[in-house]
Design a protein around this ligand. Structure first.
Ligand code: BES
Ligand code: MN
Ligand code: ZN
Length: 499
């Protein structure tokens, strides 16, 4: 766990594209694709000269191709006592942000056991690609472990030579710190991670970042009519919370509300999941984690928009006090919902959050993030988030921000014809689609349900059930909680006014 103290520290030093990097345990230099295999960059040639090795010959012998993220390791004999122990010849492909993101991740993964790394791999990259490189270094080196035997990686310093504006490093560091915070929150087991615990963390990290944080406990929720959050949290001995984080920069342009699903554990409630289906459900607050983490980085990134983060947090458990199938909840603002499946709980807590925002905050835009449906993950896989939006320009901006940030997002339709499946016989709505309507498309009906609570304001919904967690380490993504959403939200808020 390392969100307070970023390890490794990335230190940027000014330098030119044709000099070898400063020395370190591991030194990483560029190679690019050429017609006959990898072509060393001028930095690699300078290093070869310094060390007295024929780098082009070595690349040829190793059949290196220079593709993004390809690593050709070259051990260095102890002839040079103060020199590097290992040289990494790192493929940068077309040197785009995407390629350098791969390269950055590959470098730290290969250098995990070293103490220091120095690299010229991104020395003359454009600012976006350089930022992607540094973010990948800081994200691929993340790990989470509660093993009594686990030792933190010895890697403590990555010196990055860069000819451009070093401001990109500060932005990358702030972004990566936020993503790592989200991962820590997601990876924490639910025995520790109660709604109250999540709220405490939001207060701690939020106040450290200069935000106002207000937490409503179960009495306040009852007094103000948050029936969705109370209904979902009612089965647990650990009561729900509603977290409100506010960022108000001076002279703010516009107001964005972010809402994150904060189910600290999803057993399904009385509509109990299978044991297999429950195993990963400590991650059901990944949307909330992304919102908390995003909020903490807004100041550092100089975001000019007012942003409010709302996290309805509850533990979905079966018990004598749990909501029963057939119960009717009254949401914030008064609308009634018949609960036909207690495992469709995310939309119930989000409905309160969206209704609260629409009534009290009247923002220019609302965006929610939620591990909402298995269907989203089934349809789009484990890499893409599903985007639904009532506003074309908001959707376009989010898609662009995701692309720039290195997160995959895919637009899905809000199919009007499916809406009538949510009509209840006895309440305003029901929380799952009527099975007799045979529409299928579970991610779509969930999104249509949420739309009912947005008060007609421009709104986007990101169903992140697929990408919120990963089963493997790959590129800058680490096994467990991925922190998906933080990078794209921050890019969007940094660049854009509200819509
Ligand atoms: N948290 C789950 C969705 C989920 C499933 C996320 C698998 C990640 C992996 C959500 O609360 C849920 O249980 N959704 C149900 C909805 C259904 C009952 C309409 C689902 O997707 O099966
Ligand atoms: Mn559920
Ligand atoms: Zn859930």
């Amino acid at each position: 766990m390392a969100s307070d103290d970023l390890r490794p520290a990335v230190v940027v030093v000014d330098g030119s594209a044709d000099a070898a990097p400063p020395t370190a345990d591991v030194v990483a230099v560029r190679v690019s694709p050429g017609a006959d295999g990898a072509v060393p960059g001028p930095d690699a040639l300078a290093l070869g000269q310094q060390l007295g090795v024929d780098i082009p010959a070595y690349l040829q012998r190793e059949k290196a191709r220079g593709e993004a993220g390809e690593i050709t390791a070259m051990p260095v004999l102890p002839a040079a006592p103060k020199g590097p122990k290992t040289v990494l010849l790192v493929g940068v492909g077309d040197a785009s942000a995407r390629s350098l993101r791969k390269a950055g991740a590959a470098v730290v993964r290969r250098a995990r056991d070293a103490r220091t790394v120095a690299t010229t791999v991104a020395v003359d990259a454009d600012a976006l690609a350089f930022r992607a490189f540094v973010e990948a270094v800081l994200l691929a080196s993340y790990s989470y472990s509660l093993k009594t035997s686990s030792k933190p990686s010895p890697l403590r310093k990555v010196t990055v030579v860069y000819a451009g504006d070093a401001d990109a490093v500060d932005r990358a560091t702030a972004t990566a710190r936020a993503v790592r915070l989200a991962r820590d929150l997601i990876n924490t087991p639910s025995m520790e991670k109660t709604p109250a615990w999540l709220a405490e963390r939001a207060v701690r990290y939020g106040e450290r970042a200069g935000l106002d944080v207000v937490v409503r406990d179960e009495q306040a929720l009852a007094a103000e009519g948050f029936g969705g959050i109370l209904g979902v949290g009612g089965g647990s001995s650990r009561p729900p919370r509603f977290i409100e984080m506010s960022y108000r920069p001076r002279g703010a342009r516009g107001h964005v509300v972010l809402v994150g699903k904060g189910i600290t554990f999803d057993s399904g409630g009385l509509s109990l999941k299978t044991s297999d289906g429950m195993v990963t459900m400590k991650t059901d607050m990944a949307g909330g984690a992304a919102v908390i983490a995003t909020m903490t980085a807004l100041g550092e990134l100089g975001v000019k928009t007012r942003v409010t983060g709302l996290i309805p947090a509850a533990e979905n458990m079966p018990s004598g006090s749990a909501t029963r199938p057939g119960d009717v909840l009254t949401h914030y603002g008064g609308r009634t919902v018949e609960v036909l499946n207690t495992d469709a709980e995310g939309r119930l807590v989000l409905a309160d959050g969206l209704a609260y925002a629409a009534k009290n905050l009247r923002p220019d835009v609302m965006v929610d993030l939620a591990t909402l449906t298995g269907a989203a993950s089934l349809g789009l896989g484990r890499v893409h988030g599903a985007l639904f939006s009532t506003d074309e320009s908001l959707a376009d901006h989010l898609l662009t921000a995701a692309e720039t940030a290195g997160e995959q997002l895919w637009r899905m339709p809000l199919v009007e014809d499916y809406r009538d499946a949510l009509d209840s016989d006895i309440a305003d709505l029901q929380n799952i689609g009527n099975p007799h309507k045979h529409y299928s498309g579970g991610a779509i009906s969930a999104a249509l349900f949420l739309r009912e609570f947005t008060g007609g304001m421009p709104w986007a919904h990101l169903d992140i059930a697929g990408p919120a967690r990963s089963d493997k380490d790959e590129g800058e993504i680490t096994k467990g909680g991925t922190g998906y959403g933080v990078r794209l939200l921050l890019r969007w808020l940094e660049q854009a006014a509200p819509v």
